[in-house]
Design a binder for this molecule. Structure first.
Ligand code: GAL
Length: 381
């Protein structure tokens, strides 16, 4: 009898341990690969990229901030079976862009409270911590540093839990240290009650007018800080038909009400921007969800335009499908070199999505992204 009881206790303990393991499942089942000597300085797009623990880096739709002499990579934590946010935004740090330490969760989703839904309904859309409740969709986080306030400012695309992609909001969080923890401040639609600098009416402006009162939709996004310290939020708006470029307040935590529409009706997503010799370049994708499509490229003499479209900058196998990826960020290195960054999504197994990093070259004054199976980063030479 005693034996039976102790075996029952043992079994219960095993069940409890199993249940506990299940609770942390999003981080438990990871792809592993050890770092090899060959990894030193070498980028291999599409392969498993191990962190300091040998686990595939989990920072998708991401962006990179350099602060002092360290690079911080922020991205969506993805789970085994869902693209919904079960954990939040991850942060990794590196001195050489190849060897990455896992700094953990920078912005955590919040625990669902039993009466959250009714609370949200009663507040009619006002921001609460429940906006980033576990199970929401939290995508394409980007972080910029504000030297005046000395705060790290994170913006991301947010879809409220249970509403698919209908909320189309952006979220803002702030931290005192690059790796966080970030405190969620608010989420919102963009620039309610404000027309773009071009005024209205204009081309393809049906959705702009529809959302004038409640605020413009804000989905795929990036942030950009110009040489003069002014920062911009660039996002797919108007049912993903038109990109908006919106200037931020001096503290980088709100829109200041000045914005322009880019490529109206062009259906651009996944914006990634950089500035080279005074020209603004933007690489985007078309709108085909997780499936890859052909990259687009634009340039302008000012962030306010006019923006001119150029042919696809990608070269090599699968160039017409962005090498099976979708743009997320262009990293500007100190030496004036640029790295094009993209995600190879795996919607059936989101945690296994891969990264594409390729150097940007210039041909006839225009950026070109050529596929390379592997390449060595200049800064590591
Ligand atoms: C893509 C977008 C991703 C994600 C996905 C969902 O077009 O760039 O960030 O939102 O759609 O289908």
């Amino acid at each position: 009898m005693k034996k039976q009881i102790s075996s029952f206790i043992l079994k219960s303990k095993i069940i409890l341990l199993f249940a506990a393991a299940m609770m942390v499942l999003p981080t438990a089942a990871k792809q592993k690969r050890a770092l090899t000597e060959k990894d030193m300085g070498t980028i291999r797009s599409g392969e498993l990229w191990p962190d300091d623990k040998g686990e595939h880096i989990n920072a998708h739709g991401g962006g990179i901030l350099k602060y002092n002499d360290t690079y911080y990579w922020f991205g969506e934590h993805k789970s085994e079976h869902t693209s919904d946010a079960l954990v939040g935004v991850m942060c990794y740090s590196s001195k050489d862009l190849v060897n990455w330490c896992n700094c953990g969760v920078a912005l955590s989703v919040t625990e669902p409270a039993p009466n959250q839904e009714s609370l949200r309904m009663s507040r009619r859309g006002a921001t609460t911590d429940s906006d980033i409740e576990r199970g929401c969709i939290l995508e394409r986080p980007k972080v910029i540093y504000n030297p005046v306030t000395k705060k790290f400012c994170m913006w991301f695309h947010l879809e409220l839990k249970g509403q698919g992609y209908n909320a189309a909001r952006y979220g803002v969080a702030v931290a005192d240290r690059p790796e966080g923890p970030y405190k969620f401040l608010y989420s919102s639609r963009a620039n309610a009650g404000t027309w773009p600098v071009e005024g209205s009416p204009m081309s393809f402006d049906e959705y702009l007018k529809r959302d004038f009162g409640t605020g413009q939709m804000a989905r795929d996004m990036t942030l950009f800080v110009d040489d003069d310290g002014k920062a911009y939020h660039i996002f797919s708006s108007e049912e993903n038909y038109t990109l908006h470029i919106a200037e931020l307040t001096a503290d980088y935590l709100h829109h200041n009400g000045r914005y322009t529409r880019m490529a109206p009706g062009g259906q651009n997503e996944a914006p990634a921007i950089f500035k080279h010799d005074g020209t603004y370049w933007m690489i985007t994708s078309g709108c085909t969800g997780w499936a890859p499509n052909e990259a687009r490229m634009f340039s302008a003499p000012s962030i306010w335009g006019p923006w001119t479209q150029h042919p696809n900058p990608c070269r090599g196998p699968l160039a017409e499908k962005t090498f099976n990826g979708q743009s997320t960020f262009v990293l500007t290195l100190d030496k004036g070199d640029y790295i094009f960054m993209a995600d190879m999504w795996r919607p059936q197994h989101p945690i296994d999505a891969r990264y594409i990093w390729l150097p940007i070259e210039f041909e006839d004054g225009k950026p070109v992204v050529r596929w390379r199976d592997e390449w060595t980063l200049e800064i590591n030479k």
